[in-house]
Design a protein around this ligand. Structure first.
Ligand code: 3PG
Length: 397
């Protein structure tokens, strides 16, 4: 696909699809990561003489105007990140958008209202996409985290204008390629989270691509059940045991080693500071639940990291949001961070919970790359084509 470097942007209004779906509390942005990450694209477009007109969605208003989902509330954070005023149009198409865009001068930036206020956005309606495209002379997609959606502002519009990838999109794709597409081997993956059922496609794809698969969180319990280990009152999908067994067999046959907990942290209650004990994996009492992996498991994970060149991480190893069940996640994250700092490991992480867990462990800054994507990161790890990326490729060919 094209990048900003390949495009003629001089004197044009450049429609830039960004992801401004940021956490907001009482009208104020509480985490500006996604906003901060689009700054290089906006500045580079300006440096090439283009006038950035930002397109984005916010939340899921389902095709209707919902005041609490207006992008107006992100304007102050956007202005702070860019260090300049941002003109806001209270509709992304039609008169209001046209008037704001027509008044822009070189050096200006505009933001258009939530694209999802129109039904045509999620339907990828051609007429809606054409109304967006009519506002500019070129299109740049910088929203990797929305690239799993085949929407008008991520897919349809790319067929109507000269189209390319922004800097964040480029960086995300480069990091993901280094982690799974064309990685330095051996490669390890950490996959955590509650359920096997929601990460089945991901597990199936990973066992074909990585050398070591470390499974943690609630889904590890399902794998333990599959191996005939009693897990007491732990969260486990017993009806997925056969599926888990099939994954283990397929992994073994293909040369991917699956690592499950060898020791566990159990408690009778799931609350902060609950009394807990560390036990061998096969000794979970009938009235207790597994809430974290134990220290021997962390040692084993550390060894895997020491023997690998690349790590891809999605999902916490235990119930990390409640202490003391965050310890395995924290310790493993620290081990990955240390190996990365020492230049021994390329580490890439993504997915909503994952980034929160790594931030909590205080090591997110040490990873080689932290994706801004949640769902798109997962779909990419599942080996699926992302429509937003495919559209840029098609536009270039
Ligand atoms: C995200 O927050 O992951 C993206 O902005 C996509 O949002 P969506 O899941 O509502 O499409």
């Amino acid at each position: 696909f094209k990048t900003i470097d390949d495009m003629d942007l001089d004197g044009k209004a450049v429609l830039i699809r960004v992801d401004l779906n940021v956490p907001v509390d009482q009208g104020r942005v509480t985490d500006t990561t996604r906003i901060d990450k689009i700054v290089p694209t906006v500045k580079d477009v300006q440096a090439k003489g283009g006038i950035p007109v930002l397109l984005a969605h916010f939340d899921r208003p389902k095709g209707k105007r919902v005041d609490s989902m207006s992008l107006k509330q992100v304007v102050p954070a956007l202005e702070a990140a860019l260090g300049q005023k941002v003109a806001f149009a209270d509709d992304c198409i039609g008169g209001p958008a046209k008037r704001v865009v027509a008044a822009l001068e070189p050096g200006d930036v505009a933001l258009l209202e939530n694209t999802r206020f129109h039904e045509g956005e999620e339907k990828n309606d051609q007429i809606f996409a054409a109304s967006l495209a009519a506002l500019g002379g070129a299109y740049i997609n910088d929203a990797f985290s929305a690239a799993h959606r085949a929407h008008a502002s991520t897919e349809g519009i790319a067929r109507l204008l000269d189209a390319g990838a922004g800097r964040l999109m480029e960086a995300e794709l480069k990091a993901l390629d280094a982690a799974l597409g064309n990685p330095q081997r051996p490669v390890a993956a950490v996959v955590g989270g509650a359920k096997v059922s929601t990460k089945l496609d991901l597990l199936t794809n990973l066992i074909e691509k990585v050398d070591h698969l470390i499974i943690g969180g609630g889904m590890a319990n399902t794998f333990l059940v599959a191996k005939g280990v009693e897990v007491g009152k732990s969260l486990a999908e017993r009806d997925m045991a056969d599926t888990a067994r099939a994954i283990i067999e397929k992994a073994e046959a293909g040369g991917c080693t699956i690592h499950l907990p060898v020791d566990i942290v159990v408690a009778r209650e799931f609350k902060a500071g609950a009394e807990s004990e560390i036990l061998p994996v096969d000794q979970c009492p009938a009235d207790a639940m597994i809430l974290d992996a134990g220290p021997d498991t962390v040692t084993a994970i550390r060894e895997v990291f020491a023997n690998c060149r690349t790590l891809i991480w999605n999902g916490p190893l235990g119930a990390f949001e409640i202490e003391p069940f965050d310890q395995a996640t924290n310790a493993a994250a620290q081990a990955a961070a240390e190996a990365t700092r020492e230049g021994r490991l390329i580490s890439v992480a993504g997915g909503g919970d994952t980034v929160a867990a790594l931030n909590k462990a205080g090591v997110a800054g040490d990873f080689t790359f932290i994706s801004t994507a949640g769902g798109a990161f997962l779909e990419w790890m599942e080996g699926k084509d992302l429509p937003g990326v495919a559209a840029l490729e098609a536009a270039a060919s």
